[in-house]
Ligand binder design. Structure first.
Ligand code: GLN
Length: 466
């Protein structure tokens, strides 16, 4: 049914870069056979799942949404075809865990190149489109994963969130998305963007399903030295938990100028909804919020410039033709292989790390990151969960911000602080905006942020309210 829906709907939505129909059917049959033999089935038996194409899969091409991971086209082949993507020799740990839980992986989902973007328009192939209004963006960078779930092409999906790339597309497509605590989920086999921020997490149509997916992928992985050994909590069971008396912090900094009135209204209604469940709303201050965009775009670009140095035309994918020296080979391959946004970030990141500027930019940004983390530590002395908007606006029209990187970066203003602090956060749908003036009804997300490793608490609250 999932493959059938993809065939019928995905031409107009662009959620998938590649679909592994044969492999998916074989996996589904294997689950049926297990069932017929009376064997125990995993918690995701037969569930179709989409995988962000930044995660390595041994049976499917992996592109990171970039030309630079494509094998060169031979005569007659289209130059830009994700099916010629890099073939990793191994599965990412999260992918291996889904398979071990008997999930059926249906395909690799669209994304902004190397997960850099907030609209999916930086995909080297084609943009994904929002099923609520296909003239609008679905958010990014995990836009394809969000669309895959929002349009019912699969029941769940994995994305990655470095500065909002799960929460923002979840908010803009009306799905549930969870960014776990940094280290809760293995990054082994996730193509690195900014390693101190990257986290893999789930998308689903409801909190309970997202919680189940999180339970499958979470936990210590010897292949990822930053993965945490703390026991994995019972996220799905937490979804029935009583939330009366929970103290909810409302940060005034997240309702400042720039928030669209319709978004604010929807989020405030959601907050009233939490109060009616017996939660106690309290104002909290996160005073360093206003530095988050600047801090993030120094640190994330610095890490990216280093992580992306490996795409040199020698080790993976594309290699430029006709270069006369090794230096020229690097330059030509990278010049042809990277899109504009990725190039911009490599240049920015190299600059902030360069001798003479390192102290002024990189080191200072590290210090501000600590202040942002301390804001959360202070707030969590007073409250159990922080509730806020995910995105200052609803999904915007395709093309609206492509020539204005700063406007695009501001889409992340409410998601970056939790990433910098390493704390868990999720997006759960609020009431969509009402249709007006030719603009259709569009989804709005409520962001719930918790102290480190308190994903279960966030699931409990989101499920009680959903
Ligand atoms: N939109 C942010 C960026 O462009 C966040 C991306 C992400 O979380 N991967 O960097």
């Amino acid at each position: 049914a999932s493959l059938d829906r993809i065939t019928r709907r995905d031409g107009a939505l662009g959620a998938f870069l590649t679909v592994q129909a044969e492999e998916a059917l074989a996996a589904a049959r294997a689950v049926d056979q297990k069932r017929a033999r009376g064997e125990a089935l995993g918690p995701l038996a037969g569930v179709p799942i989409g995988i962000k194409d930044a995660l390595c899969t041994r049976d499917a091409p992996t592109t990171a949404g970039s030309r630079i991971l494509l094998r060169p086209a031979s005569k007659g082949e289209a130059t830009l075809d994700p099916r010629r993507g890099f073939r990793p020799p191994y599965d990412a740990t999260v992918v291996a865990r889904l398979r071990a839980a008997d999930a059926v992986l249906v395909g690799k989902t669209n994304l902004d190149e190397f997960a850099m973007g907030s609209s999916n328009e930086n995909s080297a192939f084609f943009p994904a489109r929002n099923p609520w209004d296909p003239s609008r963006i679905p958010g990014g960078s995990s836009g394809g994963s969000a669309v895959c779930v929002a349009a019912g092409l699969a029941l769940g999906a994995l994305g990655s969130d470095t500065g909002g790339s799960i929460r923002q597309p979840a908010a803009l497509t009306g799905t549930v998305g969870i960014k776990p605590t940094y280290g809760r989920v293995s990054r082994y086999g996730l193509i690195a963007f900014a390693s101190s921020l990257d986290q893999v997490g789930p998308f689903a149509a409801d909190v309970r399903s997202a919680a189940r997916l999180l339970g499958v992928i979470a936990g210590r992985d010897p292949h990822d030295a930053t993965s945490l050994g703390a026991p994995v909590a019972a996220y799905e069971e937490a979804c029935g938990r009583d939330v009366r008396g929970m103290r909810i912090g409302v940060p005034e900094e997240y309702f400042a100028e720039g928030i669209a009135p319709t978004v604010e209204k929807s989020v405030r209604e959601a907050l009233a909804g939490l109060a009616s469940l017996g939660c106690e709303l309290r104002p909290v201050r996160l005073p360093h919020t206003r530095y988050a965009v600047a801090t993030y775009y120094v640190l994330a670009t610095a890490e990216a410039s280093s992580n992306l140095a490996r795409y040199d035309g020698v080790r993976f994918g594309a290699r430029a033709e006709g270069a006369e020296s090794l230096g020229a080979l690097y330059a030509k391959t990278r010049g042809e292989g990277f899109g504009r946004e990725v190039a911009r970030r490599i240049v920015l990141g190299t600059y902030v790390l360069s001798s003479g500027y390192y102290d002024a930019y990189y080191l200072r940004a590290q210090r501000v990151r600590t202040l942002i983390r301390r804001d959360f530590e202070e707030a969590f002395r007073e409250v159990d969960v922080i509730a806020a908007p995910v995105s200052p606006t609803v999904a915007f029209p395709l093309g609206e911000r492509v020539d204005d990187p700063l406007a695009m970066y501001l889409a992340d203003i409410y998601t970056l602080p939790a990433s910098l602090a390493g704390v868990p956060a999720l997006s759960v749908p609020c009431a969509p905006t009402p249709a007006a003036n030719g603009v259709p009804s569009l989804p709005v997300g409520l962001q719930l942020v918790g102290p480190p490793l308190e994903e279960a608490r966030l699931c409990a609250l989101a499920a009680a309210w959903e």
